[in-house]
Design a binder for this molecule. Structure first.
Ligand SMILES: Cc1cc2nc3c(=O)[nH]c(=O)nc-3n(C[C@H](O)[C@H](O)[C@H](O)COP(=O)(O)O)c2cc1C
Ligand code: SF4
Ligand code: SF4
Length: 253
C-alpha cells in the first residue's frame, strides 16, 4: 500500500512527529506532500492508499489554509490516519475538524491521534517534545494501526471535539522585521503559506492574511523576523498558566 504523508508544518514539529509514524507503518519512505507550501494541493491518491494527514493546532482548530485545501481534496477509497499536534494548552475541536474534512473528501478514518510538541510561542511549554517517549508511543500506535488495517475490520473512530466548532484562530499581530538584519533575500516571502508578506518589501505583512504560523521567522537565516515584544509578553503571560505536568499523547483506533 502506498503511504502518503500530507502535512502542514511551518515550524517542523508536526512533520517530525508524523514522519516517524509513517516510517513505523511502512518500510518505504512515504510520498511527501508539504501542504505548508502555498501552491501545493492534496493530490489524487489511488484507492487503497493510506494517507497520514497531519496539522498543528491553532486556537483549537486546524490552520484555516490547511482546512481550505482539505475542502477541495478528493480522497475516495483512501484510508486516513489523522494527527493533530499541539503545544500543551488544548486541541479542542481540531481533531474532529480534520476527521470531518477527510470524511467529506471521501476518506475513511482508520485511526487518529493528538500528540504534543513544544509550543511555538512558549517553548518551555512541553519543552523537548516530541521526545523519545513520544516516538516510542507513536511507533506502538503504528503497530496497532497496521493490525487494524490488516484485520479488514474498520470500526468507526470517535474523537473528542464539538460541532459546531469553536471560532477559528485570528492573527492578533504580525511578525516584525529587524531591517538592520534583513538581507532582502526573499526566503520569507517564498515560504509564507498565505502570501501575507509584501513581495516588494519583506518588512510589510498583511494582518488579514497572516495566520501567525511563524514559518517566516523559522526560515530566516539572519533571525530578522520575530514576534513583536508586546505580543510576546501577552502570549507568554497567558500560556505560562499551562506550564506544569507533562500532557499525554492520545490515540484513537
Ligand atoms: C498561531 C498558533 C496558534 C496555536 N494555538 C495552539 C492551541 O490552540 N493549543 C495548543 O496547545 N497549541 C497551540 N499552538 C502551538 C502549536 O500547535 C505547536 O507549537 C505545534 O507543534 C506547531 O507545529 P509546527 O512545529 O509543525 O509548526 C499554536 C501555535 C501557533 C503558531
Ligand atoms: S528571510 Fe529574513 S533576511 Fe530574507 S527577506 Fe525575509 S526577513 Fe529578510
Ligand atoms: S507572515 Fe504570517 S502567515 Fe506568513 S509565514 Fe510569517 S507568520 Fe506565517
Amino acid at each position: 500500500m502506498p503511504v502518503y504523508h500530507l502535512f502542514f508544518s511551518p515550524c517542523s514539529s508536526t512533520y517530525d512527529t508524523t514522519y516517524a509514524f509513517c516510517r513505523a507503518i511502512s518500510e518505504h519512505a512515504p510520498i511527501e506532500v508539504n501542504l505548508t507550501d502555498r501552491e501545493t494541493k492534496v493530490p489524487e491518491m489511488p484507492e487503497g492508499s493510506v494517507a497520514v494527514v497531519a496539522a498543528p493546532v491553532y486556537g483549537g482548530r486546524i490552520p484555516s489554509v490547511m482546512a481550505r485545501k482539505l475542502e477541495r481534496a478528493k480522497m475516495k477509497g483512501v484510508k486516513a490516519v489523522t494527527f493533530v499536534v499541539y503545544g500543551g494548552r488544548a486541541y479542542e475541536d481540531a481533531l474532529i475538524e480534520i476527521n470531518d474534512l477527510c470524511e467529506k473528501a471521501g476518506a475513511e478514518i482508520l485511526a487518529s491521534a493528538a500528540t504534543l510538541a513544544a509550543h511555538v510561542f512558549l517553548p518551555d511549554l512541553e519543552r523537548g517534545r516530541p521526545d523519545q517517549k513520544d516516538f516510542e508511543e507513536i511507533r506502538d500506535f503504528g503497530r496497532r494501526v497496521c493490525e487494524k488495517y490488516a484485520s479488514g475490520r474498520f470500526t468507526p473512530v470517535t474523537v473528542p471535539g464539538n460541532r459546531p466548532y469553536q471560532e477559528g484562530y485570528k492573527a492578533g499581530f504580525v511578525p516584525e522585521t529587524d531591517t538592520a538584519l534583513c538581507r532582502r533575500c526573499g526566503v520569507c516571502i517564498a515560504v509564507c503559506p498565505t502570501g501575507a508578506i509584501n513581495p516588494k518589501d519583506p518588512s510589510q505583512t498583511d494582518i488579514n492574511l497572516c495566520i501567525n504560523c511563524m514559518r517566516c521567522a523559522a526560515s530566516c537565516q539572519t533571525g530578522a523576523k520575530a514576534v513583536p515584544a508586546k505580543a510576546k509578553a501577552m502570549v507568554t503571560a497567558y500560556l505560562s498558566g499551562f506550564l506544569g505536568k507533562r500532557k499525554a499523547d492520545e490515540f484513537y483506533l
